[in-house]
Ligand binder design. Structure first.
Ligand code: NI
Length: 233
């Protein structure tokens, strides 16, 4: 399996069987992303919440690739209204695509979609646990504060092997909170996301790596560049 990073909260997971799962595809307006939108391919799009820096290029990519979007009912309905295929789900639920299962988790944040008529209600924000065919689990936290269920539900119940955590602060957890989340999740690998896209979320991922690895023996922080760099696991 490969996990590629496009900057901000945009990732692509490619399973051993070749299934491509794109998460929060903020590509064309993303100052961190060095990969042109035309080069993005996928089979599935997961959207954690409606904010433009997460919903991003979902419609364009759905149009170009025919990929299905998986999101809350509110975002799925929005995507369907634009004429594209979507699967509606909600927190605690699991959708199975082939031998991959996708579970939606809680996230503490807000969610709306910018439209020509103003912001549209987009339900509650979430995160995703993606369980691959070999049993490995990847957690994409979405935009969120630190919250206790990261320990008791996401950590204890789902036991993610790899967690993608926001460290930007101001709109989400900052590095200190994210390092506590890393301890609760007990993932083998933590990948920081949602930093240095805009001046408001400038952070030093090396500082996050240092405090996280010092506090959590056995956890490795992997910092990916936003040019589509990937780890293979
Ligand atoms: Ni957001």
């Amino acid at each position: 399996m490969k996990i590629k990073y496009y900057g901000h909260a945009a990732f692509k997971i490619v399973t051993n069987d070749g299934l491509q799962i794109l998460i929060d595809p903020f590509i064309s307006g993303n100052p961190q992303c060095q990969v042109p939108l035309e080069e993005i391919s996928t089979d599935i799009i997961l959207v954690t919440h409606g904010h433009q820096d997460h919903l991003g290029d979902t419609l364009e990519i759905a149009h170009k690739t025919g990929a299905q979007t998986i999101a809350t009912a509110e975002i799925a309905t929005f995507v369907e209204k634009q004429g594209f295929e979507a699967v509606a789900m909600n927190k605690g639920g699991t959708v199975v695509i082939g031998d991959v299962s996708i579970t939606m988790t809680d996230a503490k944040h807000s969610s709306s979609i910018e439209t020509a008529e103003g912001p549209e209600y987009a339900g509650e924000p979430g995160g995703f646990i993606i369980k691959l065919e070999d049993g490995k689990k990847i957690f994409h936290a979405g935009d969120t504060s630190l919250f206790g269920d990261m320990k008791t539900i996401i950590g204890d119940l789902y036991k993610p092997d790899i967690s993608l955590l926001p460290i930007g602060d101001k709109f989400t957890m900052g590095p200190e909170e994210a390092s506590i989340a890393a301890g609760w999740l007990q993932s083998r690998i933590i990948i920081p996301m949602y930093y240095n896209t805009f001046p408001e979320i400038e952070q030093d991922p090396e500082f996050f790596a240092k405090i996280t690895e010092e506090e959590n023996i056995g956890t490795k922080v992997v910092i990916l560049n936003s040019e589509g760099e990937y780890i293979e696991e």
